[in-house]
Design a protein around this ligand. Structure first.
Ligand code: C5P
Length: 241
């Protein structure tokens, strides 16, 4: 789906990853950060602990949700999963690009039938991979080329965009243009620890290179003053757009 002239307010470009083990903890974070944060990410940990109702709970606080479950299975199973996930009306939903063109096309079609609000995006390669780790995971194609190929296949299949590391954003914009969403994890402000992320960049560089949305987890949730951390990241984004 072409997404022409997307205009995204700087404050909406930050997605905070709620990587916590209970609904209670997640909702505490949502209420605390909600004045500044417009989109929260529910990943595998929180979804396994809290189930689908957590999507509605967060929406009930007036925030949007990125449902980051990275589905990877046979086409029929994936289509069934994205259909029920889309009924929860997350703003963003993802599957894994490695699922292949047939599964990706079926998922794109299915989500469009379910609702027009949800944007379906594909994970290219995890931001915790470097070349050596990708090779150990049997990905023999050099990483940049693999990410480009997975992005091309996802867009051709009718998805709205991809999840990619900040180091690939510039290359993807050059190759595929502006009319698709790039969501970028592996974002680390200068003042934050890298943790297990390998292909990282600052919020400023990721936005300048063409990322639409930045996913940030530990630099916010682990900060001594999380709201201040959010403000600093949004300020950096505002300066970069
Ligand atoms: O704490 P941190 O900022 O590293 O969190 C990044 C979040 O983005 C995690 O929830 C992780 O699952 C997610 N993610 C990622 N790399 C991808 C896709 C999603 O780090 N390629």
């Amino acid at each position: 789906m072409a997404l022409k002239n997307k205009k995204i307010a700087p404050g909406r470009r930050l997605i905070v990853a709620l990587d916590v083990p209970t609904a209670r903890e997640a909702m505490r974070w949502v209420r605390k950060l909600r004045p500044k944060v417009k989109i929260f990410k529910i990943g595998l940990e929180l979804f396994c602990a809290a189930g689908p109702s957590i999507v509605k709970k967060i929406a009930g606080e007036g925030a949007d949700v990125f449902l980051d479950l990275k589905f990877l299975d046979i086409p029929n199973t994936m289509a069934g999963a994205v259909a029920v996930a889309a009924r929860l009306k997350p703003f963003l939903l993802n599957v894994h690009g490695l699922a292949g063109p047939q599964a990706l096309s079926l998922c794109a079609e299915t989500v469009k039938k379910e609702n027009r609000k949800t944007r379906l995006i594909a994970v290219t390669l995890l931001t915790s991979y470097d070349e050596a780790e990708a090779k150990r995971a049997c990905i023999e194609t050099p990483m940049k080329a693999a990410v480009a190929k997975l992005c091309g296949a996802s867009l051709k299949a009718g998805l709205d965009g991809v999840v990619a590391s900040p180091l690939e954003v510039k290359m993807l914009r050059k190759k595929f243009g502006e009319d698709f969403i790039i969501v970028t994890p592996g974002v680390r402000p200068e003042w934050a620890a890298k943790n297990d992320q390998k292909r990282i960049a600052t919020p400023r560089d990721a936005i300048r290179d063409g990322a639409d949305y930045l996913v940030v987890g530990r630099p916010v949730l682990g900060a001594s003053d999380p709201l201040k951390a959010v403000e600093m990241i949004i300020r950096e984004i505002r300066e970069a757009v």
